[in-house]
Unconditional design. Structure first.
Length: 294
């Protein structure tokens, strides 16, 4: 479903030039507004979703201010250092312009649930509910200008371009950190002994993950992660390791042809056996055998 931002406003003294320039990405809507202003203009805005207001350009010798309540004292906004405001969902934003002739700004609305799904983690509700008014950063402004240019581009680039720019801006403004990888729990000692013993005993045939998980009383996914956490290898690679140990024993026993050893140790053919042996041991089976005899 396409994200549809909903916003209410009660404003006066503004005249939009050329209509709104809008782009939609996954869970994000970006608008660029070019607005002529009367001698005194202002009002309030409230949106159902969190959003960013970024002042791109302003002309006129007057003053402008942004605040969260009509009861709060107005404070003049410094154009060069206070261009960006983050407004949480459902929070009013009041603006007053006095003696400003023209304003160009970028509005970015986003669906917090969709963005959280895309980042594969829930967004911190405390951050989402905490407004940030009157701040600026040259890196963020550079991103905002690129996003605005893409909104106004009559022949927009691939969606991933604008989407990536906007997502980067949101990550930075909300100060989203990469989650630390969760440490996987290891198998209990009895589970590890049972699994390893079973693999080594049955390594010459294909062992299904379901068999190993059943032995340890775990789900297949849990077992697979816990086995790797315990041994450093996933189960199938441990089985390959066991097959190669069997192959090494056969190589040292006599002059058994490599073709026979490959079949006896569960490999498809001699070429497959040689390829896997060299990848894991570092040399071919024949060279390994010579190194052990010498």
């Amino acid at each position: 479903m396409t994200f549809q931002p909903r916003m209410q406003n009660r404003i006066g003294g503004f005249s939009v030039i050329g209509g709104v320039h809008r782009r939609r990405w996954n869970g994000i809507v970006a608008d660029v507004w070019n607005v002529n202003c009367a001698a005194r203009a202002g009002g309030y805005y409230v949106a159902d979703d969190p959003r960013l207001f970024i002042l791109l350009d302003q002309r006129g010798s007057g003053t402008s201010s942004v605040r969260l309540s009509p009861r709060l004292q107005s404070r003049q906004q410094e154009l060069e250092h206070e261009r960006i405001s983050y407004i949480p969902a459902g929070m009013e934003l009041w603006a007053d312009l006095d003696g400003i002739d023209f304003v160009r700004h970028l509005d970015i609305h986003f669906d917090a649930e969709v963005i959280g799904q895309r980042l594969m983690e829930d967004l911190d509700q405390t951050r989402l509910d905490s407004p940030r008014l009157h701040f600026s950063d040259p890196r963020l402004m550079a991103l905002a200008e690129l996003i605005a240019a893409e909104c106004e581009n009559p022949e927009p680039l691939h969606d991933l371009y604008g989407d990536g720019l906007t997502l980067s801006l949101l990550i930075n403004v909300l100060q989203l950190r990469g989650s630390q990888p969760r440490r996987r729990s290891e198998l209990a000692s009895w589970q590890l002994r049972r699994a390893v013993g079973y693999i080594e005993e049955n390594c010459l045939r294909n062992i299904r993950l379901e068999e190993l998980a059943s032995l340890t009383g775990l789900s297949q996914s849990h077992f697979s992660h816990a086995f790797k956490a315990s041994t450093g290898l996933p189960p199938h690679q441990w089985q390959t390791k066991a097959r190669l140990e069997r192959a090494k024993q056969l190589l040292l026993k006599g002059d058994t042809p490599l073709t026979n050893i490959a079949v006896e140790t569960g490999f498809a053919d001699q070429a497959h056996f040689t390829r896997v042996f060299r990848k894991n041991v570092g040399i071919t089976p024949a060279n390994w055998k010579r190194s052990q005899i010498a």
